[in-house]
Ligand binder design. Structure first.
Ligand code: IMP
Length: 198
């Protein structure tokens, strides 16, 4: 049995990424949880030193429990089959210190070259951590294709070059509700909510 969060609990969101914060707040909205940002608590961003999404989600969530409240972290990334799963855990780092995703997207296109295999996927690991060190983690994934040229100005990160299986729009073109219907983050959230909320 997973540890549950009491109704009306306060929760720190251990992310400084505005695109993720927007989506996580929307996904939490129906669940009567008072959400506070890590930035509002003056919490620094810890170094993501683990080799995988699960390890980095735990590092971020546990670091944010320094505020004395349960904390929720998201570690996620974009994986391209023909690149051996890259950028993967390095998805944010491919955008460089100025977080310029047009550079990261251009690097994916350059490294992909003429490769015929366009299979790609997003992964999201959510970790809910308590100040006593207990954690619960959940993984969501969405498969699809990497497409060029980039399409759409909605979303964030790699959204303009990812088209989920069975869809005709990229995440960059979809309205937020359509993205939430299939996204890696929404799939991880559904498990988190079933196991730990209410
Ligand atoms: P991190 O979890 O802070 O290491 O950053 C994950 C990175 O993966 C983000 O900066 C985005 O570049 C990318 N990413 C994760 N989820 C999404 C998504 O839903 N859309 C687009 N890019 C994403």
């Amino acid at each position: 049995m997973a540890r549950r969060l009491a109704a009306g609990a306060r929760l720190v969101l251990a992310s400084h990424n505005p695109g993720k914060l927007r989506e996580i707040e929307a996904l939490l909205r129906p669940h009567a949880i008072a959400v506070q940002s890590a930035a509002a608590h003056g919490l620094p961003e810890p170094a993501e030193t683990a080799p995988d999404f699960l390890g980095n989600a735990r590092i971020k969530a546990l670091a944010a429990t320094a505020a004395g409240l349960p904390a929720l972290a998201d570690d996620s990334g974009f994986c391209v089959a023909a690149l051996g799963g890259a950028p993967g855990v390095l998805s944010a780092r491919w955008a460089g210190p100025d977080k310029n995703f047009s550079h990261a997207i251009a690097r994916v296109e350059r490294q992909l070259g003429a490769a015929l295999d366009r299979h790609a996927w997003f992964v999201c690991v959510l970790c809910l951590a308590w100040p006593d060190g207990h954690t619960e983690s959940f993984m969501g994934r969405v498969d699809g294709a990497v497409v060029f040229p980039p399409r759409g100005t909605r979303g964030f990160g790699y959204d303009p070059i990812f088209m989920p299986d069975g869809c005709t729009q990229t995440f960059g073109e979809m309205d937020p509700a359509a993205k939430h219907a299939v996204s890696h983050r929404a799939r991880a959230f559904a498990q988190l909510i079933a196991a730990c909320f209410g």
